[in-house]
Design a protein around this ligand. Structure first.
Ligand code: HEM
Length: 492
């Protein structure tokens, strides 16, 4: 091997201790002191290097989704979708693509319990031959808000109170009393759905609408769904208390153990599709991330399967340094005009540059598996061996050329500058229908969880009435039952 071209990991194999620079360490137990007791000499480089490394072991945790577990595996196409997309990794049944998945909770810290009521992240990085495709989804098919301008405020309201560092219902009730579009998400979060039993028994959703484009440039709107082959399971409150009280990492453990014993978790990938010309002809806006596409009108079509058959080799390298970004799509898949998705295209790469540094895509877990090349240069922690003398473009000395052109959405864009709410909000129809689909006991559990938030002593009468108004518009029976519950506590 060319000693000048080594990768750090390939040399991490000496039989004896060394410093980071490779000098042998003959005593890893005792500091270098004057006499047996000390003081310690500043020239004890071994000690200061060891402590300096330790002092820097932690990187900033993710601002959301800090708590998570990752696993590796593959995606295999099972159904031909080449009429819908020219995506290379979807080119034909049987094609396999390596991937890594990270499941997470959203609101609390890196070491928080995995039994909390919270959406779960469901993020998949496909290492395709045409670059990485990150499908950064959740376990709930809709979202709280539809405009990214509101995301930081929304997260602040759900995170602990900045004064007490305690998550408090009155702050959540207050913020969302201004956001009727969140009611649909709450019919998942405050339903039994809100505490999945573990990561294996969880559905996943791309949540946003994306665009598939085929080789002829034809566009199709699409939503992605992951269906676990072992079915979905949830924890009710008393079960969650026992599971979480026994092991605050139960979901990470379940994922790790099931893969270790060869019981590989598997999901089917399905899509719903819609012709873009149809998008204006429904009672809801299909690009609105607070809406689902009814499955009776837009049936689920199978595409492939994902199998997780390998645990991470190192949690820090493959979980903490793992960096997703919804902007990472591949030819044949494009973003829709969903405003929330458009905001995410900026936010993730920005946060990764803060969390991991400008060269975060060079880290092994994030780097493409396919050949790649450009003139993006240098910066902190650039450990890629580059020997070229031409780092500009165009150049008559550099044979690198443009890739072949691939189709992108061709619909003309026009409009005035606006800061506006979408015209077809339709905030209450889908949450109402979802509530009515619950059996009576499940409806009661949902109402009890809403009441729990509204009964917080600092939730005001005004806020309670706004929530009651919103939920009554979803379903009048729901409103009556909630009102009765609040009146029984004499808080309405
Ligand atoms: C404009 C709205 C949103 C913004 C600004 C936003 C921002 C962020 C940020 C800054 C992170 C931390 C990333 C990191 O440090 O690695 C994150 C993580 C994540 N977000 Fe969002 N987010 C938004 C909406 C959503 C939505 C709608 C979904 C689901 C469809 C989602 C799913 C996730 C997931 C799964 C992760 C964790 C990825 C991982 O496991 O590393 N986010 N988000």
């Amino acid at each position: 091997m060319d000693p000048q071209k080594f990768r750090p990991s390939s040399a991490f194999n000496s039989p004896h201790w060394t410093t980071n620079s490779g000098t042998p360490v003959w005593n890893n137990n005792n500091s270098l002191t004057v006499g047996v007791n000390g003081p310690i000499l500043l020239e004890d480089y071994q000690l200061t290097e060891k402590l300096a490394n330790f002092d820097r072991e932690r990187i900033p945790e993710r601002v959301v989704h800090a708590r998570g577990a990752a696993a590796k595996g593959f995606f295999e196409v099972t159904h031909d979708v080449s009429h819908l997309t020219c995506a290379d990794f979807l080119r034909a049944p049987g094609v396999q693509t390596p991937l890594i998945v990270r499941f997470s909770t959203v609101i609390h810290e890196r070491g928080s319990p995995e039994t909390l009521r919270d959406p779960r992240g469901f993020a998949v990085k496909f290492y395709t031959r045409e670059g990485n495709f990150d499908m950064v989804g959740n376990n709930i098919p809709v979202f709280f808000i539809r405009d990214g301008m509101k995301f930081p405020d929304m997260v602040h309201s759900l995170k602990p109170n900045p004064k007490s560092h305690i998550q408090e219902g009155w702050r959540i009730a207050d913020f969302f009393s201004h956001h009727p579009e969140s009611m649909h998400m709450f019919t998942f979060l405050l339903d039994d759905w809100g505490v999945p039993s573990d990561y294996r028994h969880m559905e996943g959703f791309g949540v946003h609408t994306f665009i598939l484009i085929n080789a002829q440039g034809k566009e199709t709107l699409v939503k992605f769904h992951w269906k676990p082959t072992c079915g979905q399971k949830f924890l009710l409150e008393d079960e969650a208390v026992v599971v979480g009280g026994t092991n605050h990492s139960h979901a990470t453990q379940d994922l790790y153990d099931s893969i270790a014993r060869g019981e590989y978790p598997e999901w089917q990938l399905c899509i719903q599709t819609m012709e873009p010309e149809m998008a204006d002809s429904f009672e809801f806006d299909p690009l609105d991330v607070t809406k689902t596409w009814p499955e009776d009108r837009f049936p689920l079509q199978p595409v492939g399967r994902m199998v997780l058959n390998r645990n991470v080799d190192n949690f820090f390298n493959e979980n903490e340094q793992l960096a997703f970004c919804p902007a990472l799509v591949v030819p044949g898949i494009h973003y829709s005009d969903d405003k929330l998705l458009q905001t995410r295209i900026f936010s993730y790469q920005d946060t990764q540059r803060h969390r991991l540094g400008g060269n975060y895509l060079l880290l092994p877990v994030n780097a493409p598996r396919c050949p790649h090349h450009n003139n993006h240069h240098d910066g902190f922690m650039n450990f890629v061996q580059r020997s070229e003398e031409v780092n500009y473009f165009p150049s008559r000395f550099d044979p690198s050329r443009h890739a072949e052109r691939y189709p992108i959405p061709s619909r003309p864009l026009s409009g005035r500058r606006e800061r506006a709410v979408i015209p077809k909000e339709n905030n209450f129809q889908q949450p109402g229908a979802r509530y009515r689909s619950f059996d009576p006991a499940r409806q009661d559990r949902f109402i009890a969880r809403v009441a729990d938030i509204l009964l917080h002593p600092r939730t005001t009468q005004e806020i309670r009435r706004v929530w009651l108004g919103m939920l009554s518009q979803c379903d009048s029976g729901l409103g009556q039952k909630l009102a009765a519950k609040l009146q029984a506590q004499a808080v309405l």
